[in-house]
Design a protein around this ligand. Structure first.
Ligand code: GLP
Length: 259
């Protein structure tokens, strides 16, 4: 099962995950990172610069999970812009080495296959950061997504459109379609790190970590992966049945074991 780490707040989670990412970059300057958008990974990105002081990041490679279809790449809320603003610029990464799926309408039929090829050519993702939607989606894999799915176009649920309306002027402005790494793609990353904060994520987290493995809750796909770390605050952990055990195992974690 996933290792579940319950931390006091999002900042503590950010520090923990940033430590591991910095370690990976130092060990392999060409490491391939799996990047996520949304508000959840922000504490990780914010904690990284101080940990990378003096570290050569010029060859670090990255793949974002998803993108809206038909959005102008220059739109401030395209995931390409978001990754650029929140990760590439503050960390000083080479923008040419950090990719998002191509959501342009032209060529959208083969954009998924192209992205899969690019990830494979890079040798796969070493560490994939994941948030989780209130409906249990990871990436933009909405309920019903196949566990074998690869990068492809999906239609967003009404709930996701409403959740993401805060980034746009209105819910009508949120693009209805997206292109997202599939659950099968995500499961090929060597280490999955799922973060969630706040009461609003508690149900999705409990379903993903302890519920049945079901396409109805795509986050439950993490149970099929051999190396998963779930980092949550107390509120997001509030519906976990085995929270006491997670605290106990983390308090007694062998010193030699990394994240
Ligand atoms: C978005 C993204 C997901 C993200 C999720 C949660 O729709 N496609 O990758 O994990 O929703 O977002 P947030 O972290 O802002 O709660």
């Amino acid at each position: 099962m996933a290792e579940v780490i319950i931390v006091p707040d999002a900042q503590a989670a950010g520090g923990l995950v940033a430590d591991e990412i910095a370690r990976l970059i130092r060990a392999n300057p060409e490491v391939v990172l799996g990047l996520a958008t949304g508000s959840t990974p922000l504490p990780v990105y914010e904690a990284l610069p101080e940990r990378l002081d003096g570290v050569d990041v010029s060859r670090v490679r990255g793949f974002a999970l998803d993108e809206y279809v038909g959005i102008d790449p220059a739109h401030p809320e395209s995931y390409r812009s978001v990754i650029h603003r929140e990760v590439v610029e503050p960390l000083g990464l080479d923008p040419a080495l950090i990719r998002t799926p191509d959501g342009s309408l032209e060529g959208i039929e083969h954009a998924g296959a192209d992205y899969e090829s690019a990830i494979a050519a890079a040798g796969g993702v070493a560490l994939q950061i994941l948030g989780i939607g209130t409906d249990g989606h990871i990436g933009f894999n909405e309920p019903g997504s196949s566990f074998a799915s690869v990068t492809r176009v999906k239609t967003l649920t009404q709930q996701t459109l409403e959740d993401n309306a805060r980034f746009f002027d209105s819910v009508e402005d949120v693009p209805m379609h997206c292109i997202t790494q599939g659950l099968g793609t995500i499961l090929r990353a060597r280490h999955l790190v799922l973060l969630a904060f706040g009461e609003g994520k508690a149900e999705a987290v409990a379903g993903a970590v302890e519920g049945p493995v079901t396409a109805s809750l795509p986050g439950s796909a993490i149970q099929l992966h051999p190396h998963v770390t779930v980092v949550v605050d107390e509120a997001a952990a509030s519906r976990l049945q085995f929270a006491d055990y997670y605290h106990y195992t983390y308090d007694n974690k062998p010193a030699w074991q990394g994240l």
